[in-house]
Ligand binder design. Sequence first.
Ligand code: 13P
Ligand code: SF4
Length: 305
Amino acid sequence: MTVREVQDEILRLKKKNDICILAHSYQAHEIVEIADFTGDSYALSKLAATVPNKNVLMCGVRFMAETVKMLSPKKRVVLSSPVAGCPMAEQMDKELIEGVKAQFPDYTVVAYINTTAELKTVCDVCVTSSSAVKIVKAIENKNILFIPDCNLGAYVAAKVPEKNIKLLQGGCPIHAAVTRRDAELAKGLHPNAEMLVHPECIPAVVAMADYVGSTSGIMDYAKKSDKKEFIIGTESSIAEHLQYDCPDKKFYPLSQGLICKNMKSTTLMDVLDCVMNGGGEEILLDDETITKAKKCIDKMIEMGG
Ligand code: 13P
Ligand code: SF4
């Protein structure tokens, strides 16, 4: 079967079986092409509660599928690749954060959405990379415990200096591995290019960027810009999608290491297996976890607009 034939079969089966396919922007291009919706974590969370289908297939990582399940508990939610975890989401557990909260009882706990459903049960509000600054600014409390990504947390702290933001040592191993030297080399090789980076990168890299934003933010910025060349400081799929969408512009990855193997663990054949044979992993969460964890996602949507 050709890629096109596999895609056509997926389109036919998802319609027949009433499945909505959601894809995070880090998915491969051939998956994005057959998805009903593609976007960053924030856009996908907002969509999760409104899709009309009985079944949702999430092509992304586990915390994204858990978010869909929390917002649409009656739907059958399937994660396209059972091994697709987000290493950052598993860095901190509920017990650790309960211990920190006991030490800092007057802090509001802000959790990056890249956390497990279980951890969200002890947090106050979620944020994504595109909503973090707006939400932290709007929180009444001056004292904020921001988990787990200390790089995103440092970016937010710089943008919202009026808050007292406490960070723990956590983050995305893919983005955090990009060095200042990588950025200097990329800029040296492409002196006319603008550098667009995700706030999960370290502060020294973020400081060198022309634009800092979420995956969708980076894509929108590059599409609207009059500039012709861009260094893309986030997962490699974003540079690939942009190259398809803007063939008259040039996109260079900031580093060759910007590949998330968890995001890339879903193949087009996995998607076919999910819609044809019930493959993937159905996400099951108990009612108590859904009720408690959903509160901080609802709060994010209420505050994030
Ligand atoms: P976005 O919030 O930009 O979609 O990013 C999600 C993610 O996992 C980044 O590594
Ligand atoms: Fe998690 Fe990083 Fe992969 Fe995003 S890129 S899913 S934060 S490991």
